[in-house]
Design a protein around this ligand. Structure first.
Ligand code: AMP
Ligand code: ZN
Ligand code: FE
Ligand code: FE
Length: 283
């Protein structure tokens, strides 16, 4: 059976593998296709594309946009968008600007808590990619302020914690619109992270997103148990959405997540790629 992984991160954002290394690992893992979906940037796609060509594996160009949502986290994946589309690039720049303004705010809050970290120390970990909270968390581990990245998030960096600063400036509707405007397929990422408390609540959100132009939903995901996956598959049927899946591999930044395998038992059929390609014709 042909398999794929449609949600991965590289050093272009907060993953630890370069795009070339990621593609090599995808080939070694026996995947037929892989999507690179860095946070708010497409700067890893060129290198990934070259590596994929060399290794005879299929690269699905992607992106993961952070969007506003009243609770939990909402991320919008985009696939096959035209990365030269002007409006899409403008939106990426705007979101990247918001990220850049937020990082010093987090560092200032940490400084107030007696946990100083310099921007230089964080930049050394991000290696030129888009900086995110995982980089700050890793700097905190290196400084001995916390024992692990997850402790850094729980105590300081997660929403509502003492050194949290918000970032998202894009509404879900805008993200969907700009992706479709660039001939991309918008897909709701990891629905579990919306922290909905009932099937009805999730259904209502997906209904609204579908009205706004959503085309797919990430059903197979490292943190989805079988009941949650089934619920997502049900929503995909109900709202005629493409079913996708991904591990959200970050390399060392999320050491418990394996490429193409998630926590060990994730299997993403290649049909997800075919469905995305078919959807692309209707953007
Ligand atoms: P940011 O892009 O700065 O908002 O950071 C988001 C990233 O932080 C996501 O890609 C997650 O992988 C990571 N993240 C969020 N919550 C946690 C957590 N509790 N522990 C470890 N990583 C996390
Ligand atoms: Zn990430
Ligand atoms: Fe995400
Ligand atoms: Fe992700």
């Amino acid at each position: 059976m042909k398999t794929c992984d449609l949600h991965t991160h590289t050093t272009a954002s907060d993953g630890s593998d370069s795009p070339g290394q990621l593609v090599a690992k995808a080939q070694a893992a026996g995947l037929s296709a892989i999507a690179v979906t860095d946070h708010d940037t497409v700067s890893g796609l060129e290198e990934a594309g070259r590596a994929a060509k060399d290794r005879g594996i299929e690269l699905v160009p992607g992106v993961e946009l952070s969007v506003n949502f009243h609770k939990g986290n909402m991320h919008m994946l985009g696939y096959y968008m035209d990365v030269a589309n002007r409006r899409f690039l403008e939106v990426l720049e705007r979101v990247q600007g918001a990220r850049a303004r937020r990082n010093p705010k987090i560092l200032a809050l940490l400084d107030d808590l007696g946990l100083p970290i310099s921007m230089k120390e964080v930049e050394a970990l991000s290696k030129g990619g888009q900086i995110g909270r995982p980089h700050i968390a890793r700097a905190m581990v290196e400084k001995g302020y916390v024992k692990s990245v997850s402790e850094a998030f729980d105590k300081y960096l997660k929403r509502g914690a003492r050194a949290y600063a918000p970032k998202s400036i894009l509404s879900p509707g805008e993200a969907i619109e700009v992706l479709r405007g660039a001939k991309g397929v918008p897909v709701l990422a990891h629905p579990f992270s919306l922290m909905t408390s009932s099937q009805e609540e999730l259904d209502a959100i997906v209904f609204e997103l579908k009205e706004a132009g959503l085309m797919g939903i990430e059903c197979y995901y490292s943190e989805h148990d079988s009941a949650f996956t089934s619920m997502c598959l049900g929503l995909a049927r109900r709202y005629n959405l493409v079913v996708t899946g991904g591990s959200d591999y970050h390399g060392k930044a999320k050491p418990h997540i394996m490429l193409g395998k998630g926590r060990g038992n994730l299997v993403i059929p290649y049909e997800c790629v075919e469905a995305l390609k078919a959807a692309r014709a209707h953007v």
